[in-house]
Design a protein. Structure first.
Ligand SMILES: *Cc1c(COP(=O)(O)O)cnc(C)c1O
Length: 418
């Protein structure tokens, strides 16, 4: 018996069996063919069963599926590290591989803590983080995720006590007064707490699984300056925002502010295998580079740099660049804006669009009861959480297919209105 994620097993509806998938479509065992509006938790950026990704995987499989990265190395990992350094913002020159987004976050946190330990700053052991953040399900990642959120509150006795700050409220088109006050809050926390802070971790421009709070580049620019001023490392968790989701290859570019450490996963391997990369700049790396073996970074997942994952990631990036995906994403963004902005309804609290992400925030989670079945009957796979009905489609989606998704979302909202 499978124990399903985030689900009450006793009352859950039977999970839909998928027998195959191609392009943006899932083929269900009952014969239905439905559009995946959420890219299998946001990672299937090129769609399913992509001939070139399949071929890259098979080519690598026929050489070797795996080899350890301890004491050994291989071309797929070397090449992927070089490529990630090239495509990420300037300065992020060192790549540490791991096997999932959550582990990539653990790596970043440990890197930040050990950075200060190596420099003899023994007090800097806490992480500053935002409310509404989601950084993963492992204990370190949970400790920097929203403390009140249902997924994590239960485990608070187990978690490290970190330093929390109110989430930015200024929005994508920033409200000037709120922007000023959000930055002011950040500055006052840094001013008071910096002696014990190793790093400030954020999901840049969009807090994803914590409720799609989208915010302005100006906040990150201010965060960059303040972190420099108060000697705190800046970490971007780009597990959700990376590889185009916010409209630029990385949110760091759209933000115009570069972190010291950056985490990539989800879109990295286009939904084919699990993998993650934590990148660091020279400043961070140099603190570990020493004759003293005790200053080496103390981490090493079994599957880090898995050749199959690296070969797929390389092909995925090649397709992304060759086929001008940023243009596709911009088209998705403007269509989502046209079709979702200004939507009103009795249960609609807000609509938000950033890059290839479109969200309808309802007033209560109950206003989404039954929506998955409703959408599936109309040919679309949607899986909302809490009070957020959203789409994060594969970037290869056609405008007709995208319209079908937003039509179903809007039809649900309208049908709830009496
Ligand atoms: C999904 C996600 C994670 C966790 O990634 P996993 O691969 O599920 O462990 C971490 N951070 C962010 C921002 C995410 O969206």
């Amino acid at each position: 018996m499978i124990w399903y994620p985030y689900t009450q097993q006793k009352t859950m509806a039977e999970a839909y069996n998928v027998s195959s998938a191609d392009g943006v479509y899932l083929n269900l065992a009952d014969g239905r063919r439905v559009i995946d509006a959420i890219s299998s938790w946001w990672c299937v950026i090129h769609g399913y069963n992509h001939p070139e990704l399949n071929a890259a995987a098979i080519r690598q499989l026929n050489k070797m599926a795996h080899v350890m990265l301890g004491g050994l190395t291989h071309d797929p990992a070397l090449e992927l590290a070089r490529t990630l350094v090239r495509i990420t913002p300037a300065g992020l020159n060192h790549v540490f591989f791991s096997d999932s987004g959550s582990v990539g976050v653990e790596v970043a946190l440990k890197m930040a803590i050990q950075y200060w330990q190596n420099l003899g700053e023994k007090e800097k052991v806490k992480i500053l983080t935002l409310k509404k953040a989601y950084h993963g399900d492992t204990t370190g990642a949970m400790s920097v995720s929203d403390p009140e959120e249902g997924m994590h509150r239960l485990f608070s006795p187990l978690l490290l006590q970190q330093c929390f700050l109110e989430a930015p409220r200024m929005g994508v088109e920033p409200d000037a007064a709120l922007l000023k006050s959000d930055i002011h809050h950040l500055e006052s926390v840094l001013k008071h707490e910096h002696r014990r802070l190793a790093a400030f971790i954020v999901e840049p421009l969009m807090q994803a699984a914590g409720g799609f709070n989208m915010y302005a580049p100006e906040y990150l620019q201010a965060a960059r300056d303040l972190c420099n001023r108060y000697n705190v490392l800046l970490i971007y968790d780009e597990v959700a925002t990376g590889f185009g989701r916010t409209g630029a290859m990385f949110a760091a570019e759209r933000a115009g502010a570069i972190p010291d450490i950056m985490i990539l996963a989800k879109g990295l391997t286009a939904g084919y295998t699990a993998h993650a990369a934590t990148l660091a700049n020279d400043k961070v790396y140099t603190a570990f580079y020493d004759d003293d073996p005790a200053k080496a970074f103390m981490h090493g997942p079994t599957f880090m740099g898995n050749p199959l994952a690296c070969a797929i990631a390389l092909k995925s990036i090649q397709i992304f660049e060759r086929d001008n995906y940023l243009e596709k994403i911009n088209r998705i963004e403007s269509q989502l804006k046209t079709e979702l902005s200004g939507l009103t309804g009795e249960h609609v609290k807000d609509t938000r669009v950033l890059g290839a992400t479109g969200v309808i925030e309802m007033t209560t989670p109950a206003a989404l009861n039954g929506v998955t079945r409703f959408a599936l009957d109309r040919g679309v796979w949607l899986r909302p959480f809490d009070r957020y009905l959203y789409t994060m489609p594969p970037y290869i989606i056609s405008s007709a297919e995208l319209k079908k998704i937003t039509d179903v979302m809007k039809e649900w909202v309208t049908s709830k209105q009496e």
